[in-house]
Design a protein around this ligand. Structure first.
Ligand code: BDP
Length: 323
């Protein structure tokens, strides 16, 4: 009785002060012991501390709540509150985000950090917020390169006639077609089986995902083309965000900065470890010496993308103007 009284007094005072208790639902595609997983877990744990429990949450790993495309929609309607999203598949819901899916848009990962951590990152987050999603920070996902079970990819012509799995976004279909290959958009968790059974010849991803998914066991040629550098986000739904007081928003922004710094450190370490692990296991690795040839061959993707999504043009120019 006494407990109930204390609890209801506490709730009444929270409501009176304009704050409510929010139990957030979190979506993540990766499993335990992966950089973004650790960083998201740390974010939500610390969020509870710095808001005195006004925000708490549960992170659901391994895409158990649904595919990335589904989860993006769930965030837009407010049934997922926070997530670590890849900004590739988000392009189908938020046109401006597609700028990050253009091949060779960043010079390298450091350039991506400079661009995303500056005014550009804020502009993009603003554009996203009009579609129900806010980015509190940009996680690292390295560079994506081709791998397959047929042969090393050295020149753009080597992709001709081969079947590659891509993430769900038409831009990647154009990208593979620009090399005269065939693209199959597919969810992340279906790729291993498709490689194994020969539904596709190859896919493309960074070292940690190539390793954590065991794709390296069934696609032993990894060719370091680094054609896509796509950051990921610590995303929150505008609905959940708008329900917070300004002070709690400020506190969570600080936690997001810490979570991103933590993830980038873990990422650097994991990238080196995964690379070593797969090479030790017998993966045949080759550097792609002439990346300019790939960049050149993939150039038509830019014009096609601008034609389909005119909003992209200023965003492309903005990235290209940053050194
Ligand atoms: C991984 C990303 C993940 C993507 C996945 C994919 O971290 O968000 O869903 O690639 O290829 O590197 O689908």
């Amino acid at each position: 009785m006494r407990k109930t009284l204390i609890a209801s007094t506490a709730i009444a005072s929270l409501i009176f002060s304009g704050s409510a208790l929010s139990a957030w639902t979190g979506w993540n595609i990766h499993n335990k012991d992966y950089p973004i997983t650790d960083a998201l877990e740390s974010f939500i744990k610390n969020a509870e501390k710095v808001t005195d429990g006004r925000v708490s949450g549960t992170l659901y790993n391994g895409a158990v709540l649904g595919s990335q495309g589904d989860a993006i929609q769930m965030m837009q309607i407010g049934s997922v509150d926070f997530a670590g999203f890849n900004l590739g598949p988000m392009g189908t819901a938020i046109p401006e985000v597609n700028v990050l899916s253009l091949p060779f848009i960043f010079k390298d990962v450091d350039h991506m950090h400079r661009v995303m951590d500056g005014a550009f990152g804020e502009h993009l987050s603003e554009a996203m917020s009009k579609h129900g999603i806010i980015s509190l920070g940009w996680y690292d996902a390295g560079a994506r390169s081709f791998y397959n079970h047929v042969k090393p990819i050295v020149n753009p012509g080597d992709v001709e006639g081969m079947k590659f799995r891509v993430m769900n976004n038409e831009l990647y279909v154009s990208m593979i077609e620009s090399l005269k290959g065939n693209a199959t958009p597919m969810a992340f968790n279906e790729v291993y089986q498709s490689l194994k059974t020969g539904v596709v010849d190859g896919a493309e991803n960074n070292w940690p995902s190539y390793e954590s998914t065991n794709h390296y066991e069934v696609a032993k040629f990894y060719s370091n083309s680094q054609h896509l550098i796509i950051p990921e986000c610590l995303c929150v739904s505008t609905k959940a965000w708008g329900a917070l007081s300004e002070a709690d928003q400020a506190a969570l922004k600080q936690e997001a900065i810490k979570s991103v710094a933590m993830q980038r450190e873990l990422w650097k370490k994991r990238e080196a470890e995964s690379r070593q692990l797969v090479i030790d296991s017998g993966v045949q690795f080759n550097e792609v010496a002439d990346k300019a040839a790939f960049s050149e061959a993939m150039k038509p993707v830019y014009a096609q993308a601008i034609e389909a999504i005119p909003e992209l043009e200023p965003f492309i120019k903005e990235i290209q103007s940053i050194d």
